[in-house]
Design a protein around this ligand. Structure first.
Ligand code: AHM
Ligand code: MG
Length: 368
């Protein structure tokens, strides 16, 4: 009797807590259960139906989605597993060498894409040379460029990181892909996107028909449409740049940043400064809220006179997304997407974001 008196209220409490959690979950979803969730796979399939195609490109995207989920899972554990944060050369308790997360991500993306018969060559920030498709696998029509884990110095301090990818059609006829397939200008991109590993994992992509964003729902393990038809505000209120490089900037860049911080700018009040130091995260914020990101040319390191960021797998895919969302990307002198690449790991000044802001920067860059 006594025991029952204790147990019934306890049971009741457990049920109440469960119900509260459930209602909290529903509330978080806007108070209703959505029974028509659009998964990323469905979105890709519908796009393919609308715009035609044999499904080769869809297969590539599906493999990128798979790789992104694998990397997201590892990133989520990175804070728990000390060794994975660390430097290569360490061993785990099984005596196996532990890989750095960026090296691991690189292998995950290569292994997800190299066997499907849709890709003829790849290039990655982590690989000095082009990545050949192994001889025992068929070669396909597409070329994939990627930065498997951008901003990886931020892993150790739990700051957002990302993957960037760009997909081209090959320009050579058949067989192994070549450097000519890799060195295509950004305006030839067939599709591009990025994944941000953050408070949630979000994949944003475009195939030239607008930009859509999908959040990974960990409870079902699928990306679901969360940011349909993203449009970048024409003008922002935020600038993002490593201002510590200011002494090494050209006069035009210095004058532009001073202008943004003054009350004489177009907004008639100073812009806010936000710099994460993780390109995907800085870009993603500006894509949704508006703003300008700058990694301009500087004279800090004579080996990198054209800035730090790479054309093929950092600047081009994000420039493609920006333009699809109504934004713009420039070196200060010409559109990023019109540059004819000359080398796999070519660096380029990157000024990207809200169109009117980037156009205004070009005026400053050109007169100085
Ligand atoms: P990484 O490719 O070695 O990770 O470097 C690229 C990153 C970008 O994510 C970020 O915009 C930039 O480097 C930050 O550089 P800095 O520390 O010079 O401001
Ligand atoms: Mg990078």
């Amino acid at each position: 009797m006594c025991i029952n008196l204790i147990f019934f209220p306890l049971n009741d409490i457990i049920i109440r807590v469960r119900n509260n959690l459930y209602h909290h979950h529903l509330h978080a979803q806007g108070g209703t259960m959505n029974d028509n969730i659009i998964s990323l796979d469905r979105h890709i399939m519908e796009e393919q139906r609308k715009f035609g195609g044999r499904g080769d490109f869809s297969s590539i995207l599906s493999q990128i989605i798979f790789a992104a989920k694998v990397v997201a899972a590892q990133v989520a554990h990175a804070g728990l597993v000390e060794d994975i944060l660390g430097r290569t050369g360490k061993t785990n308790i099984q005596g196996e060498e532990v890989q750095k997360l960026d090296v691991y991500a690189n292998k995950v993306f290569i292994n997800a894409l190299n066997y499907i018969g849709k890709v003829c060559v790849m290039a990655s920030e982590e690989e000095q040379e082009m990545i050949k498709i192994p001889d025992n696998y068929p070669k396909g029509e597409y070329v994939v460029m990627f930065d498997p884990l951008d901003g990886s110095t931020n892993i150790d301090v739990n700051v957002s990181i990302g993957t960037i990818f760009g997909i081209y059609r090959r320009v050579t006829d058949h067989g192994d892909g070549s450097l000519d397939d890799c060195l295509q200008p950004g305006h030839k991109l067939f599709g591009a996107g990025y994944i941000i590993y953050s408070s949630s994992t979000i994949l944003v992509y475009s195939t030239g028909n607008g930009v859509n964003g999908f959040s990974l729902d960990p409870s079902v393990g699928e990306f679901v449409l969360s940011h349909p038809d993203i449009k970048m505000p024409k003008r922002g209120k935020i600038y993002s740049t490593n201002e510590g490089n200011c002494p090494y900037w050209k006069k035009g860049t210095k004058e532009y940043i001073d202008y943004l911080k003054s009350e004489n700018n177009t907004l008639k009040k100073p812009y806010s400064s936000r710099y994460i130091g993780s390109l995907v995260a800085d870009f993603h914020r500006n894509l949704l809220k508006g703003g300008i990101f700058l990694y301009p040319e500087d004279i800090k390191d004579p080996k990198k006179p054209t800035g730090k960021l790479r054309l093929l797998y950092e600047a081009n895919p994000l420039a493609f997304i920006a333009e699809q969302a109504g934004g713009y990307a420039s070196t200060g002198y010409e559109p990023i997407l019109s540059i004819k690449p000359t080398a796999l790991h070519q660096r380029v000044p990157l000024i990207i974001g809200s169109k009117d802001d980037v156009l205004e920067y070009e005026q400053f860059a050109k007169k100085n």
